[in-house]
Design a protein around this ligand. Structure first.
Ligand code: RB5
Length: 150
């Protein structure tokens, strides 16, 4: 799996922790899309880099972190084919994969602690999309996306 990760200054420390963890997971090729240091940056710049890579298929999945996760979610969900889920716990991480086939995970470093964040990442990476009735709903999202981008 090719996975891109990005953040702003509000999510920088958590990005570094997640990177350390992901590098220990087999079969994941991780690409750090920045920033490289904790200076103040604008979340749309880094949210767009990761989301564009997922939208174009250059990356299979993305992880985005800002202070609350809200700004990054707003940015990511503007990109076609991106289903970004702001997750705060194990349950939302599991459901975002099983029901929504989320391909971008978003978290807020100022909202959750490192332990919960790493649990979310593990769950999100390990959980498969359930398909079935949920696929029909994703197809409807795709149809909406096509109709508003005409
Ligand atoms: C940065 O201060 C903060 O606004 C940002 O990280 C994020 O929480 C925006 O939604």
């Amino acid at each position: 799996m090719k996975l891109a990760i990005g953040c702003d200054h509000g999510g920088f420390e958590l990005k570094e922790e997640i990177l350390k963890f992901i590098k220990t997971v087999a079969n994941i090729q991780v690409s750090d899309m920045g920033p490289a240091a904790k200076e103040s940056v604008d979340y749309p710049d880094f949210g767009a880099k990761v989301s564009e890579a997922v939208a174009k298929g250059a990356m299979d999945r993305g992880i985005l972190i800002c202070g609350t996760g809200i700004g990054m979610s707003i940015v990511a969900n503007r990109f076609p084919n991106v289903r970004a889920a702001l997750c705060h716990d194990h349950f939302t991480a599991q459901m975002s994969r099983e029901h929504n086939d989320a391909n971008v995970l978003v978290m807020g470093e100022r909202v959750i602690g490192k332990g919960v964040a790493l649990e979310i990442v593990k769950t999100w990476l390990d959980t498969q999309f359930a398909g079935g009735r949920h696929q029909k709903r994703l197809d409807k999202i795709h149809e909406i996306e096509k109709s508003i981008n005409k």
